[in-house]
Design a binder for this molecule. Structure first.
Ligand code: AHG
Ligand code: MN
Ligand code: MN
Length: 337
């Protein structure tokens, strides 16, 4: 029989390699896995809600049917609180940071950033969606109440980052700074099992992912790069293939495994970009780099950007190393003329 490594076994094996580890981080990841399974359960029956009549019952009680991104947000927050290892959460769904002010949580060493449900506009049409998360060590002293400064740290300070993709199968992919590993949920035993050890992204690829409907609003360097992707050049595999789902997690995950580039640049309607530094770009950038890829805002390495606010948005370029180098050449050349 093949030996299966579950997420929890893997976490413990990693912990044993760090002599000073106290188990706190392992405990936190364990609870992330539980939250992911709960959200997965609800996502999987999203289409059944009307059939089961749940919405009707809630309407009689005068309550709005909970949107899945609210459910995901509340579920992750509850699990993080229960872990006792996390003292505060910054979420795309909450205006302010959520501070856990109980004795247990005040001693938690970590703060957690998340996009609880990414690509949520795709729920209704049965297309892959995800959860994106990242973990920092707090800056405030253990035992005190956490504060905003605990979150205003560069991505290069991240302890870990990951995502869950609720797709044709459900996967959890994460890095703690020593490579990227992917776990597929085996529904028959309810466990995430190591299926993609030590993921490395190809140095180049033939997929470009960008919302071309915004073409007219793109910076000139991006427009020229798109034309480059569309030109025929057998040697470099062009024309490239255009693939854009509209769920960052799904678009990134595909490109990570197959090789490609994802771009969400600044546009006239989103002058500082659309994607959020803390909840989307930093965690994805950490994973991209750990897998051998790159991530920038067009000029700066994403992980070197000092956040000024928790909901800050940045232009986002990430993917295979050679493709990232090529688009950077286009951006530099056309920004300078
Ligand atoms: P969210 O559902 O968390 O708001 O994120 C949606 C994001 C991201 O997943 C995706 O890459 C991007 O928005 C798509 O934006 P466009 O529809 O503007 O292309
Ligand atoms: Mn998102
Ligand atoms: Mn979201």
């Amino acid at each position: 029989m093949n030996k299966v490594t579950t997420l929890n076994q893997f976490i413990i094996e990693q912990q044993i390699r760090v002599p000073q580890a106290t188990g706190g981080f392992s405990g936190l990841l364990h609870h992330v896995g539980i939250a992911a399974k709960k959200v997965n359960r609800e996502v999987n029956k999203a289409g059944l809600v009307d059939i089961l009549g749940r919405a009707g019952v809630e309407n009689i009680q005068g309550e709005e049917q909970q949107k899945l991104d609210v459910y995901a947000n509340e579920t992750f927050i509850a699990e993080l609180k229960a872990s006792g290892e996390c003292c505060a959460v910054a979420s795309e769904e909450n205006q302010d940071i959520v501070i856990f002010d109980e004795d247990l949580s005040r001693d938690g060493k970590y703060v957690f950033c998340m996009d609880p449900l990414d690509g949520s506009s795709n729920i209704d049409v049965n297309v892959s969606i995800g959860t994106i998360f990242s973990i920092y060590r707090r800056k405030s002293p253990i035992g005190e109440v956490a504060n905003l400064d605990d979150f205003l740290q560069k991505g290069s300070q991240l302890v870990a980052a990951g995502y869950v993709i609720y797709g044709s199968s459900t996967m959890l992919v994460y890095t703690a700074g020593n490579g990227v590993n992917g776990f597929t949920l085996d529904p028959s035993i309810g466990e995430f099992c190591l299926s993609h050890p030590n993921i490395k992204t190809p140095a180049s690829g033939t997929i470009y992912s960008i919302n071309e409907g915004n073409y007219e609003k793109f910076p000139v360097g991006v427009k020229k790069y798109i034309k480059y992707c569309q030109e025929t050049d057998k040697k470099s595999g062009r024309p490239y293939t255009s693939r854009y789902i509209g769920s960052l997690v799904a678009d990134f995950h595909r490109n990570l495994l197959k090789g490609g580039i994802f771009v969400y640049p600044e546009t006239k309607s989103h002058p500082t970009g659309k994607l959020r530094l803390l909840y989307e770009c930093n965690p994805i950038a950490f994973i991209a780099e750990q897998a051998g890829g790159l991530a920038t805002d067009g000029e700066r390495r994403i992980l070197d950007i000092m956040p000024e606010s928790i909901h800050q948005r940045v232009p986002f370029y990430t993917g295979s190393r050679d493709m990232m180098k090529k688009i950077t050449e286009f951006l530099q050349f056309f920004n300078n003329i």
